[in-house]
Design a protein around this ligand. Structure first.
Ligand code: ATP
Ligand code: ZN
Length: 289
């Protein structure tokens, strides 16, 4: 019988591609990514890749062509499909913004009443306009939204912005952020009932979470006067309690613990005050709960 594989849809070529593959690779899954054929099978994990345009990813997942996909939340919401967000992957974050030509006097969403707004995201934009009681006429274009005011087919635009450089280059100014997005992993509702494939997804998620956990933590090792252990334990916290090893000089101990990256500098300073010496900080490659 053919081995069941989890099918994942990934953007073939674009802003999401490299990061998406990097996440899979960081889970120890090997595949040949040079050829970028439409289909690819991992060599050491039951995973099959479909490389497609990002706009099509929600459709593939909804239609059961793929089991999961990595796509911008913007494309998911714009597709209108009711799918499950399995994980927010945090990369490719940007915003949908209203941008207007230099001479346009923007005073708020209300001033867009009756205006022509060009966008690739008519569904998201119209829901925002509707919520704000604004009725405008939307001009849907697939790309190069930023040139539409200059060529006279729109008064302003609503487009994805990350740094704003593209807008400036086209003589537009960003005046209102209306929606925020980043890459998400999606699946169908009810996918849990596919025992075998869902089981593979759970294995993949466990690996992803393990790698992700590790990224947010540091492994800390230091020497400490033995009579300060309790205070040090209170400072570092750690998964259970820190590991304490006696040194040859019995008045000192060596302490090992795991510290959240965002707490690291305050922990470091407190430990120094306590008399810790030789503080070593190391990255953690993988960490389970
Ligand atoms: P495709 O050929 O697959 O349709 P595309 O041109 O539609 O590609 P990209 O430009 O690669 O798509 O963008 C993919 C996603 O990256 C966007 O849908 C969005 O979620 C995210 N993104 C992050 N920053 C930006 C940005 N500055 N401009 C556009 N998209 C961005
Ligand atoms: Zn696209």
């Amino acid at each position: 019988m053919e081995e069941k594989r989890l099918r994942i849809a990934i953007q073939k070529s674009g802003r999401l591609s490299e990061k998406s593959l990097e996440i899979i690779r960081s889970c120890g899954i090997d595949f040949n990514s040079d050829s970028r054929v439409l289909r690819e099978v991992a060599s050491n994990f039951p995973l099959e890749f479909l490389f497609v345009r990002d706009d099509d990813i929600p459709t593939y997942v909804a239609d059961n062509v793929a089991d999961i996909g990595i796509v911008g939340r913007n494309e998911l919401d714009e597709s209108g499909y009711d799918l499950n967000v399995v994980r927010d992957l945090g990369f490719a974050s940007c915003r949908l913004s209203i941008a207007v030509p230099g001479e346009f006097e923007y005073t708020g969403l209300k001033c867009l009443e009756g205006k022509r707004i060009a966008t690739s995201y008519p569904r998201i934009l119209s829901s925002v306009l509707e919520r704000n009681g604004v009725s405008a006429s939307l001009v849907t274009v697939a790309g190069s939204v930023e040139i539409t005011p200059a060529v006279g087919i729109a008064d302003c635009i609503c487009d994805l912005v990350s740094t704003g450089t593209t807008l400036k280059m086209n003589g537009l100014k960003e005046v209102e952020e209306i929606y925020w997005t980043s890459a998400v992993m999606i699946s169908r509702h009810g996918f849990e009932s596919d025992g075998e494939r869902y089981g593979i997804l759970k294995r993949l998620l466990l690996r992803m979470d393990t790698v992700n956990n590790a990224k947010k933590k540091k492994y800390v090792l230091f020497n400490l006067p033995a009579d300060r252990i309790d205070e040090a334990a209170a400072i570092v916290g750690g998964m259970k309690s820190p590991t304490v090893t006696p040194l040859l000089d019995r008045s000192w101990v060596s302490v090992q613990s795991v510290v959240a990256e965002d707490r690291f500098w305050s922990v470091f300073e407190d430990l120094r005050v306590l008399g810790a010496e030789g503080i070593l900080v190391m990255p953690i490659e993988k960490m389970s709960d």
